[in-house]
Design a protein around this ligand. Structure first.
Ligand code: ADP
Length: 667
């Protein structure tokens, strides 16, 4: 086994690898950019080497700097984590050239899987089932269209160099083909510098089921069951689970053996993941193979009781696989939820901010938190906005899901917008509990997950009003306010002994609602809002709200957020805030024309010509920020007068991107 390991990565995965290395008695070397001087992975490692400025292409992606760091510290092996250089064949080769062990597959295997088309070619030849499609070199648009016509619509156009869901377009009919091809090619060129496309039959209700494989240098291979990653937004995973619900022993064996067959076709070594689309009829098709550890590997660790990073290190050091297929035992069910600094109400756009308050749920044999940040750290524009992975385990899916909901409710983050209550709503949505999974899950159930339903509003608005009132009273009570952010510390006109009628405006479910509350002597509250009258009783102890409404008693947790409150109810979370007239605050939709850059980033493409007349919602410009694309659309019908930036330009968050004149109504 190695005595010293360099981790060519940052954040949670660097920390996670350091933990295993330490347990195995291996010394660790971290690398860091200017932005990460005080990062957790740097603090945890035995040594750390500075490798450049904050942008990844000047630090974490510079092969020479990393090799130099390994040579100067005497590290014998490099673990690349995921992302960054983990699937870069040139990096694996540079390691070998310098006598350093790359903890990953051989260079040839990385290269073979580097292009989606080439990968399909190899897998098809090896007898692995593929989604019907065309993945040839001839890119004549007429030929691509003829192939699409032949397989029948809908089809999916995919960038062969693609990743992260970019350069992908669904095409539902022959008429749409040309426009979709142009858009996918443009996106692919901008993101990967390569416009080559493949055309696939688009499965309308598939599940994403992937198999974890492991191979050693002694001819042994094993599959460690599967993960269901069907729940996706922007074609990217949000909640993963293992095992896949409804999996039979026969199907597991068939998928597992096919995955091993795929690995053998490219002479694989180490940890790999073979991704499949599983169709409603039980057929499954190879999608791609990731030649590295996956973000979601912890769910496999939880149900197998194995440490996959340990396995990777053992295999890289030349040992045989720790277990045989027959020795592997699966137990219970695990979920992973990815906690991101992003705004689910704004198309999941990443956000930046300082983690001013950070209280993850307590860890236990049932709850694991993989993170690379601490309170006070910044979520910057430079890297992925993931804050943590929350992983839970229990004997059954039902119980594990209960653990997940509780842990999400206990997770408190202040200082930046997060997807926590989106995750909570997702985890507690009835169709998710019933495991009715497929890749269209979030889209299909968005009204349920985003709590846009009328009955949610009717139920939540009075509770929110009561919670706000009780919170203010709690803060106003002698010694009550310890909250430095409290807007109520500004000496509001709030007094317990005044006539007990209170008027305010609540922002909830994307709308403003005037609310009036009359507080009676018997501690009941008459709440009038949105044309309804409700009588509630309740009290707030710390953050625990106990309410009785129409004979129904319930408990909820009230959490402060940077701009308001979240009320965690038994079946979902409700976000609200008070609209204060004196601040000139409007509907909170970001105001302005909507044509300003939502955050620091780069302009990827301009989609219309200056002077163009466009309809409302027409895509005008694509920006990239934090590795994700965001499309700026026309707010209303009108004319694009001028763009202030060109493709490739860096823009600051808030900068006006273009001049737009709205069309007069009726003109
Ligand atoms: P990327 O490498 O960009 O992440 P993938 O090829 O892994 O792209 O696909 C990402 C997701 O897109 C899949 O998990 C699935 O939800 C969807 N997808 C891909 N191919 C198909 C297809 N042929 N039919 C339906 N959905 C698909």
């Amino acid at each position: 086994m190695f005595t010293k390991l360099l981790i060519a990565n940052r954040g949670e995965i660097a920390c996670r690898i350091i933990h295993t290395a330490r347990r195995l008695g291996i010394a660790t070397v971290a690398v860091y950019s200017d932005a990460d001087r005080n990062a957790l992975h740097v603090q945890l490692a035995d040594e750390a080497v500075h490798i450049g400025p904050a942008p990844a292409r000047e630090s974490y992606l510079v092969i020479e700097h990393i090799i130099e760091a390994a040579l100067s510290t005497g590290a014998e092996a490099i673990h690349p984590g995921y992302g960054f250089l983990s699937e870069n064949a040139g990096f694996a080769r540079a390691c070998a050239d310098n006598g350093i062990c790359f903890v990953g597959p051989p260079t040839g295997a990385i290269e073979a899987m580097g292009s989606k088309s080439a990968a399909k070619e190899i897998m098809g030849a090896a007898g692995v089932p593929l989604v019907p499609g065309y993945h040839g070199a001839d890119q004549d648009p007429a030929l691509l269209q003829a192939e699409a016509d032949k397989m029948g619509y809908p089809v999916l156009l995919k960038a062969t160099a693609g990743g992260g869901g970019k350069g992908m377009r669904q095409v539902w009919s022959a008429e749409e083909f040309d426009a979709a091809l142009a858009a996918a090619q443009r996106e692919s060129s901008a993101s990967f510098g390569d416009a080559t496309m493949l055309v696939e039959k688009y499965l309308t209700k598939p599940r994403h089921v992937e198999v974890q494989v492991f191979c050693d240098n002694h001819g042994n291979g094993i599959y460690l069951a599967e993960r269901d990653c069907s729940v996706q937004r922007r074609h990217q995973k949000v909640i993963e689970e293992a095992p896949a619900p409804g999996m039979t022993a026969e199907l597991r064996e068939a998928m597992g053996n096919t995955a091993l067959q795929a690995a053998q076709a490219i002479d694989y070594r180490g940890a790999g993941t073979v991704e499949f689309l599983l169709d409603e009829d039980g057929s499954f098709y190879f999608m791609e193979m990731n030649t590295r550890l996956q973000v979601e590997h912890p769910v496999t660790e939880m149900i197998t009781g194995q440490d996959l990073v340990e396995w990777q290190l053992r295999v890289a050091a030349g040992e045989t696989l720790p277990l045989t297929q027959a020795q592997l035992v699966l137990r219970g069910h695990a979920f992973e939820a990815r906690v991101y600094a992003e705004d689910p109400d704004n198309d999941f756009l990443p956000v930046t901010g300082t983690l001013a308050y950070l209280r993850p749920p307590a860890e236990s044999p049932h709850v694991r938190v993989d993170t690379g940040v601490q309170q006070g750290d910044e979520i910057s524009v430079y890297y992925d906005p993931m804050i943590a992975k929350l992983i839970v385990w229990d004997e059954s899916r039902e119980r594990a899901l209960q653990r997940l909901a509780t842990a999400l409710m206990d997770y408190r983050i202040g200082g930046t917008v997060t997807n926590l209550d989106f995750l909570y709503n997702l985890a507690t949505a009835a169709p998710f509990q019933r495991a009715e999974l497929d890749t269209g899950f979030i889209e299909r159930h968005s009204a349920l997950i985003f709590h846009e339903r009328e009955q949610d509003l009717e139920r939540e608005l009075p509770l929110a009003a009561l919670a706000l009132l009780l919170y203010r009273q709690q803060q106003a009570a002698p010694g009550g306010s310890t909250d430095p952010w409290s807007p109520w510390n500004s000496g509001s006109a709030w007094r317990l002994n005044e006539p007990h009628a209170h008027e305010f405006v609540l922002h909830c479910h994307q709308q403003d609602f005037p609310v009036s509350v009359i507080q009676h002597q018997d501690a009941s509250y008459h709440i009038r809002s949105n044309g309804r009258d409700d009588i509630l009783r309740g009290q707030l102890d710390g953050d625990l709200l106990q309410v009785e409404h129409a004979g129904h008693r319930q408990r909820a947790t009230l959490a402060r957020t940077e701009d308001g409150f979240t009320l965690y109810l038994a079946d979902g979370a409700c976000h609200f805030r008070e609209v204060r007239p004196d601040t000139g605050e409007t509907d909170g939709s970001g105001a302005g024309s909507g044509l300003a850059a939502p955050m620091n980033g780069t302009v990827v493409t301009l989609l219309v010509e200056p002077g163009a007349r466009v309809d409302a919602k027409t895509p005008l410009l694509v920006m990239e920020a934090m590795k994700m694309e965001h499309t700026i659309r026309a707010p209303v019908a009108g004319v694009v007068e001028q763009f202030f930036f060109a493709a490739g330009d860096l823009v600051d968050g808030g900068a006006e991107l273009l001049a737009f004149s709205a069309e007069e109504e009726g003109s």
